[in-house]
Design a binder for this molecule. Structure first.
Ligand SMILES: *Cc1c(COP(=O)(O)O)cnc(C)c1O
Length: 354
């Protein structure tokens, strides 16, 4: 039985995308060759990379606006360092909204002054601090648009004139924002874009080339941009599958369409969390993530039965991260609303039989 996959990442992808990716591993487009045995310099793969990068820019509304889309490796975690290498000359500001922001700051500190401009650590990161002061002499402001572990999400971007950098690993391509407000936007593929192994970095040309340090080639966005993400062998399978998924999203109608579906899923999920007396939402209501809903049982006495019922219903990946406990329903683009309904029904049944 196919499970209802609420995993936080790696996560669900459209069934059709996984089918096509599997077929390409056996044979790519009647070429007599597998996707994973052809040269990354072959016309077939070069056109896959071109398509992946242009779809990414197109879906974000950034085509022809002076941005590059790079497919790199090392995950979002590698970008914690790369961002600082490429942009941090004197001082950078970070908004600390959880585990990932904390890790991003740690890496940036290796290269310059890092100012923590805000933090919600005082409440185990259950909210997004707003209205904090952003000095105008920063090299950049770094935020995490969606906090996968704690289930919070920026609904509006901070207003600032300094270059805005975001780790958007877990909500890229899930909702419309004015993406031209970002200098750099990065995301590990495995949350909402594809399989693990590729990292998408969207970078505005004008922010590069401003630091005085020497940048090692593999960390240099300019080199990757000049080489069109082919400075070294790219993760061909992850790029191809991401490309298929971006194509799936485009054929659906793009971000505006998926955003409506994601809103509907989140409304159904949070509606039940708020209605059902056996459960409590974790994140502050106004900052709730549409991607990762975090919640706990009001009374642990129901734990065993809830988890047994969830398993019986084929629900996968709903256990919360250890730093929050409880449960986390990750509702990425490919998760159908029917799966959310199954989870909601289990919560209702638990209440009726309590
Ligand atoms: C998962 C996640 C990461 C870590 O991604 P890796 O690709 O494993 O390095 C970083 N930031 C956010 C917001 C995440 O959700």
């Amino acid at each position: 039985m196919k499970k209802h996959n609420f995993s936080a990442g790696p996560c669900i992808l459209p069934q059709s995308v996984m089918q096509q990716a599997a077929e390409a591993v056996v044979e790519l487009d009647n070429s007599g060759l597998s996707l994973i045995e052809i040269s990354h310099r072959s016309p077939a793969f070069v056109s896959i990379m071109d398509k992946a990068t242009s779809l990414a820019l197109e879906l974000l509304g950034l085509e022809g606006k002076g941005y590059q889309a790079l497919f790199l490796q090392g995950g979002a975690s590698q970008q914690f360092l790369n961002v600082a290498y490429n942009l941090l000359e004197n001082k950078a500001g970070y908004a600390n909204t959880g585990t990932w922001s904390t890790k991003a700051m740690k890496e940036a500190k290796l290269l310059g002054e890092v100012v923590e401009l805000s933090s919600s650590k005082d409440a185990n990161f259950n909210y997004i601090p707003k209205g904090f002061d952003i000095p105008s002499d920063l090299d950049y402001l770094h935020i995490t648009t969606n906090n996968t572990i704690f289930g919070t999400q920026y609904k509006a971007l901070p207003e600032t004139s300094v270059p805005l950098v975001s780790d958007s690993s877990s909500d890229i391509f899930s909702r419309s924002l004015d993406f031209s407000k970002f200098a750099i936007l990065y995301a590990g593929a495995q949350k909402n874009m594809g399989p693990a192994g590729a990292t998408l970095v969207i970078v505005k040309d004008e922010v590069l080339g401003k630091v005085s340090r020497q940048i090692p080639s593999m960390l240099d966005y300019k080199i990757h941009a000049d080489k069109e993400s082919m400075f070294n062998t790219p993760p061909v399978f992850a790029v191809y599958t991401s490309m298929l998924n971006l194509e799936w999203l485009k054929n659906k109608g793009g971000i505006a369409v998926i955003e409506k579906e994601n809103d509907a899923k989140a409304a159904l999920m949070y509606g039940e969390i708020d209605r059902n007396p056996l459960f409590n939402g974790f994140a502050a209501t106004e900052d709730r993530s549409n991607m990762n809903a975090t919640f706990t049982l009001a009374d642990e006495v129901h734990k065993e039965r809830f988890e047994a019922m969830a398993k019986e219903a084929g629900l996968n990946g709903i256990n919360g991260h250890r730093s929050v406990g409880g449960y986390r329903a990750s509702m990425y683009n490919a998760l159908p609303i029917e799966s959310v309904q199954v989870l909601v029904d289990v919560m209702k049944t638990l209440e009726q039989n309590a």
